[in-house]
Ligand binder design. Structure first.
Ligand code: GDP
Ligand code: MG
Length: 781
């Protein structure tokens, strides 16, 4: 019997996990191991994927994967033995007891003035961002890990200028499954932070501790922060922290990052272990007696064999040994073993597999979960079903229900759009526009009354105010859209969308996870492209990146709004919705073509956790919005500001740098005239339109500001263009090359060849679609 055959509500014990390679390792790391108990919770509305409960959390996977997992059905609830197990117990080195365990005679603190560097490591959704923000306040710096595109956030702990915390990407394991896992483990191995802060979601402790086990093996000073303790305690649970410290050999501090409880204690522990370089007291979790000690003997045998290699390679021995047993190629390569040694290792491991009756990866994963099980049985009083979980289940009955999931999704997106573009956004935008208008008039009056030179006045009013002002008024809409997107993401809803959209997206050759970058793409292509790095397969990543630019980003809104006002008054909403749809339809068509040509093959499997719904923290959301607003303002006052001035200059002077009366004789008209013939078939051969489109490559918003500068305000455009031309221009702007910033981020992710390709092919697609649209517009208008 396989997991696929298990019906809703029933439980089973896993017998065997099929499949191979990194994906199978990922299954094992997520706790899908032989011996574990799974329960089927529900199927997605389209019948695939399936949601499971395992180790007390919710996991989704596709039926085609479930098919590879052999099970044995069990009656009723899980019958896990609850016996008390004697464990090696060691006193932990923390300072909670006033340094009781600390050996003063041999203490060896780092020299004063040495920077205390920390790596903040934890699962996704364990509260890392929340804790990082609590720790650092506003002293943070966002950058990139050298050589890779994963975001890197550094910050100094408040009131401890000697510290530096690096927020590592959220990961489930130290296996090389996704690029983020590799980044994290290389950071710990190579940058050698002075200590690790491991954040553990206490409401989901078994799965989270799997990463803790591997961090302990890395033999760096470490503190475990048990987060979400407010929820555990609120639901009648407890964790015997002192006992857990003894069992793990590192300080364990219960905290609530969201409520800022226990964070000070965490900081003092973290500083202590880093300052005195107190390493974990245990990293040997294999049970001598379990299954004849097969795994234990194997790991220790391997340890002895590779001891010298690990030392030379600078990899902690225990970590190297378990990775060798798991068959981790990256680690094996670094160890520089010769053939004879490799052969001996292979023999040891095969012997273990035979004695243990499990293959190598499963045996190691099982060993870790076995230890975790023992620790939890002794230290964790499980809360009754948490209010949060019960609430999530109720919400999910509607939001991922068989008949309600997709209608709810459409409704939610519709509400978001109406609120963003119509109600809230339009109102705030109106206010801002009025303010800018007033300021422009005042400045103009001032310039006139002081008798400033006509040319300068034209530069300030027609160039700068017209250009920057028209873009600035979109700030509210952009901030509001990001507000909704971040709420959807932080609350856990986007994970659900990925869950029920998976089957649909698979038809297009993508996986459910690609929905995340696509939705973010409606905000801005830059973060959308960056967010694709959570996709574990290169193929999916590339394909998703190629498709996100079709999701109309907020920067194009000023263009739509401008033309809709001028040409389609009263039908604005409809036209904008149609543009968004056209973008999506084009993306789908392109995806189908890609799937059948360059990107043949299956999308990666879909293994994902469904976290409980949580109310996002106001602080986190506020910080994100502030970042987006800052970003936008910077663009408005740099790129768009400069573009406005340059264009004003080029359109007011001729090649002899003489002021021109008629801008048709300007430098700009001449330059744009060279490319204009290509746009003539679209009815967009006017040099001013061509210019604005070229400037749109710098920043989409500037299409509007440039048009206003060149045509002398909205009225000028309205008289100069036909309605058909306006429609064609809208379609072209929707689809043509993403802006420089987006191209730059595509280049970072995929390299310059792909970036160039995107520019060319998006322009080509835009041209073709615009041409087709023009044809239909001419018939129907
Ligand atoms: P990350 O994915 O690890 O960065 O996690 P986040 O910091 O984004 O947190 C995930 C969710 O958990 C957010 O909705 C937080 O508001 C919530 N959260 C974080 N810490 C706590 C906590 O201590 N208690 C509770 N109840 N919720 C928390
Ligand atoms: Mg986060």
């Amino acid at each position: 019997m396989t997991l696929r055959d298990l019906s809703i509500g029933n439980s089973a014990k896993i017998i065997h996990v099929g499949g191979e390679g990194a994906l199978r390792q990922h299954f094992l790391d997520m706790g899908v191991i032989p011996g574990a108990i799974v329960t089927v919770v529900k199927y997605a509305p389209m019948g695939d994927p399936v949601e499971l409960k395992i180790h007390g959390y919710e996991l989704t996977l596709r039926l085609s994967e479930a098919e590879k997992i052999e099970i044995e059905q069990i009656a009723g609830k899980d019958a896990e033995e609850e016996e008390y197990v004697e464990l090696k117990s060691v006193s932990h080195p923390g300072l909670g007891e006033g340094g009781k365990f600390h050996d003063k005679k041999h203490e060896n603190p780092l020299p004063a003035g040495e920077k205390l560097t920390y790596a903040l490591v934890g699962n996704q959704n364990s509260g890392k961002t929340t804790l990082f923000n609590q720790l650092t306040g506003s002293n943070q710096h966002v950058g990139n890990f050298p050589g890779v595109t994963v975001d890197r956030k550094d910050g100094v702990i408040k009131e401890h200028p000697e510290t530096l915390v690096t927020d590592l990407p959220g990961i489930y394991s130290m296996s090389p499954y996704s690029s983020e896992e590799i980044v994290s483990r290389n950071f710990v191995l190579e940058n050698k932070p002075k200590a690790i802060i491991n954040i553990v979601d206490a409401t989901n402790i078994e799965r989270n501790m799997y990463l803790t086990m591997q961090l302990l093996e890395m033999d760096r000073p470490m503190v475990v922060a048990l987060n979400m303790m407010d929820e555990v305690i609120g639901n009648g649970g407890t964790i015997m922290v002192n006992r857990m410290e003894e069992l793990l050999g590192v300080p364990v501090v219960p905290i609530s990052a969201a409520k800022n409880k226990g964070v000070d204690e965490l900081v003092s522990h973290a500083i202590h272990v880093a300052k005195y370089q107190e390493k974990p007291l245990i990293n040997d979790f294999c049970d001598v007696n379990a299954y004849g000690g097969a795994v234990h003997r194997c790991i220790h045998g391997v340890e002895h064999l590779i001891e010298d290699h690990a030392k030379r390679a600078g990899i902690p021995l225990r970590f190297a040994a378990t990775k060798v047993v798991e068959g981790d190629d990256l680690v094996i390569e670094k160890l520089l073993l010769d053939d004879n040694e490799k052969e001996m290792l292979e023999h040891i491991i095969i012997q273990m597999e035979k004695e243990r009756g499990l293959d190598r990866s499963a045996a190691i994963a099982e060993m870790r979960f076995d230890f975790i099980g023992k620790v939890c049985r002794q230290t964790v009083v499980k809360p009754h079903e948490s209010k949060e979980h019960e609430r999530s289940r109720k919400i999910d009955r509607i939001l991922t229900g068989k008949y309600t999931a997709i209608p709810s999704f459409i409704l939610i997106m519709a509400i978001v759009c109406v609120l963003t573009f119509n109600v809230l956004g339009a109102w705030l935008q109106g206010l801002l526009e009025a303010g800018i208008g007033l300021l422009t008039a005042k400045t103009d009056a001032l310039l006139v009354s002081t008798g400033v030179n006509q040319v300068v006045r034209s530069l300030v009013i027609d160039g700068i105010f017209e250009g920057v002002g028209s873009v600035l008024s979109f700030l509210p809409i952009i901030v509001i859209l990001f507000f909704f997107l971040s709420i959807m993401e932080d609350s856990g809803y986007i994970a659900r969308v990925a869950f029920f959209m998976d089957k649909l997206l698979r038809r297009m050759g993508l996986s459910g996870r690609s929905i995340v970058p696509m939705l973010i793409g409606f905000g801005c292509t830059v973060p959308a492209v960056m967010s694709t790095r959570t996709l574990p397969s290169e193929r999916d990543r590339k394909m998703t990146i190629l498709l996100t630019p079709f999701m109309s980003c907020t920067a194009k809104l000023p263009i739509y709004a401008f033309f809709v006002n001028a040409f389609f008054p009263g039908r604005g909403g409809l036209i904008i919705v149609m543009l968004y749809l056209l973008g999506m339809i084009t993306a789908i068509l392109v995806a189908l073509v890609l799937k059948r040509s360059y990107f043949r093959g299956e999308a990666v499997p879909f293994v994902m956790e469904l976290p409980n719904y949580r109310l996002p923290g106001a602080k986190n959301v506020g910080r994100l919005l502030w970042e987006k607003a800052k970003d936008f303002l910077q663009r408005a006052f740099s790129v768009i500001f400069i573009a406005s001035i340059v264009i004003w200059f080029l359109s007011n002077f001729n090649i002899h740098f003489n002021l021109v009366e008629n801008s048709g004789e300007s430098i700009l008209a001449m330059l744009a005239g060279l490319i204009a013939p290509m746009f003539r078939p679209l009815g967009l051969g006017d040099w001013r339109i061509v210019t604005s489109l070229i400037c749109g490559f710098m920043a989409k918003e500037s299409v509007v500001s440039i048009l206003e500068v060149l045509f002398g305000g909205e009225g000028g455009v309205a008289t100069a263009l036909s309605t058909v031309a306006a429609g064609t221009l809208l379609v072209f702007s929707l689809l043509y090359t993403p802006c420089v910033a987006a191209i730059a981020s595509i280049k970072r992710e995929l390299g310059s060849k792909w970036a160039l390709f995107v520019v060319v092919w998006q322009c080509a697609i835009a041209w073709v679609v615009a041409f087709v649209c023009k044809f239909f517009l001419e018939i129907f208008m």
